[in-house]
Design a protein around this ligand. Sequence first.
Ligand code: CA
Length: 411
Amino acid sequence: MQSWIKIDQHSDFSIYNLPFGVFSESDHIKRIGVAIGDQVLDLYAAFELGIFKDVDFDVKVLESDSLNDFIALGKSTTVKVRELIQAELCTANSVLKSHPSVFIKQSSVQMHLPVKVGDYTDFYSSIEHATNIGTMFRDPDNALLPNWKHLPVGYHGRASSIIVSGENVYRPKGQVVLDPNAPPSFQASTRVDFELEMGFIIGKSTKLGDSVSTETAEEYIFGKILFNDWSARDIQKWEYVPLGPFLAKSFASSMSPWVVTLEALEPFKISGPTQQPAVLPYLSFEGSKNYDIQLEVSIQPKNCQETVVSQSNFKYMYWNMNQQLAHHTVNGCNLNVGDLMASGTISGKRSDSYGSMLELSWAGSKPVELTEGGTRKFIEDNDTVIMRGHCQKGAIRVGFGAVKSTLLKAK
Ligand code: CA
């Protein structure tokens, strides 16, 4: 495929990608756009030029503050829209080429949260991450709890505090235990951490009582984003027993602005780790359901260069998205368009592929060195955490851009 648009070969937003997002210019009117190279294609303006005339939908869904109504049109429409855009961008006499104003530089737009997230679920599906945490806090010989290899462990998170890349996060305050023999203190967390995750956006609703099988799960997934699930380890340690994470997680999670469709990721499917013991029939699946997505995390202190502190890959996930969705709905819990399911921290086997500072600094015992001097055990005030991800196969690159947020001093 060759586009008439000039696209850098290292761009995440190649002709093979075409992710969807919500943007605005100086008039602040939010519209749906598609990223191509370093530009945004304004889909509302493209609609007015008639490129979607063979697809039946209301232009109103393209002048919206979220992708929800567009996604709700269903894959029969959204896949067609993406294919029409791809065809126009490869056709030398396209009407888009003679109307350059439908393209806007990414550097001159503001990106917004791409979806209105109704419900947010966070899984815990990396065996390396779960093993590291179990080793650190429980028993190195029995790091995984008895349920871990039988079901994709998860919890219901907080949707109201999900923010888009570029928005910043205040250091949270809460109860922490400084001395195990004394009552807890109330203070700003001193162990703020990132969690390298990816999330998927639900593209099709289900009715209460219905379940989604591993076989049909992909019909229900619109696309994927990068996700930093900010965590306060000291608050978490005290509060999480017996019901799991609460205020240690709910203060913020950051999301990348471009939703990469499952169709764009199809060429990067790969088989996942062997699951032993065998899973129950409702969690079994056929074919390759993992994805080869290279991930990295950088820390950038104020006025300093970035240091890459972790290089991981989404392919390491023990539980795949199909299994997560089958498990999530097996009890009849319904899904809504725009719901977000996050993977859980994505760690690899090597110590430089761990997806959190808790693991990288091994609970603070091994500080991580920064390129311009200094070290980090956890995230400090005014540090910016940047996560990036992309797939590469030969000359074909499909990427996610970045999710970037700065940790601000406690309010
Ligand atoms: Ca998490």
